[in-house]
Design a binder for this molecule. Structure first.
Ligand code: HEC
Length: 123
C-alpha cells in the first residue's frame, strides 16, 4: 500500500525532472550568461510561452509598452519567482540576479525584438 501510494508522486517527480532538464539545456547553471546566450534564452525559452516575437501566446505580451507599465522591479520578481498557480515558472535557480535584471531592462527597452539587440553589443 505504501509503495502504491508513492507511485503517482514518483511519476510527477519524473515529469518535473524532465521539464527542469529541458529548461536546463538552455540555462545550464546559474552562471552569468553571455549577452547572446541571454538573448537566445529569452527568444527560445520565454518565447515558447510568450510568443517567438514576445507578442504573447500562452503567456501575455512581453513587448516594451507592457513591460514599461510593470517596471523593472516587478518584472525581476516575476522572472525570479514565477507566478504561482499559473504556467509562469520561477527562474531563480537557472539565472543569476544580474541576468534577471538585464532581461528585465532589455524587455523594457525592446532589445530582444529590435533588429539590433542592445544586449549583443555590450559585454
Ligand atoms: C511555461 C510557460 C512560460 C514560460 C517558459 C515563461 N513564461 Fe512568463 N508567463 C507565463 C504565463 C502563463 C504568464 C501569465 C501569468 C498570469 O496569469 O498572470 C506569464 C507572465 C509573465 C510576466 C508578467 C507579464 C504581465 O504583463 O503580467 C513576465 C514579465 C514574464 N512572464 C516573463 C517571462 C520571462 C522573461 C521568461 C523567460 C525567462 C518567461 N516569462 C517564461 C508563462 C511562461
Amino acid at each position: 500500500m505504501y509503495l502504491l501510494m508513492r507511485k503517482p508522486i514518483t511519476a510527477i517527480a519524473n515529469v518535473l525532472a524532465l521539464l527542469v532538464a529541458s529548461v536546463m539545456t538552455f540555462a545550464r547553471a546559474a552562471d552569468n550568461q553571455s549577452a547572446t546566450q541571454l538573448s537566445n534564452l529569452v527568444r527560445q525559452d520565454c518565447g515558447s510561452c510568450h510568443g517567438l516575437t514576445l507578442k504573447g501566446g500562452l503567456g501575455p505580451s512581453l513587448r516594451p509598452e507592457r513591460m514599461q507599465a510593470l517596471g523593472v522591479d516587478a518584472i525581476r520578481l516575476i522572472i525570479a519567482d514565477g507566478k504561482p498557480e499559473t504556467a509562469m515558472p520561477p527562474w531563480r535557480d537557472l539565472l543569476t540576479e544580474q541576468d534577471i535584471r538585464r532581461i528585465a531592462q532589455d524587455l523594457m527597452s525592446g532589445a530582444y525584438i529590435g533588429e539590433h539587440s542592445s544586449t549583443e553589443e555590450s559585454p
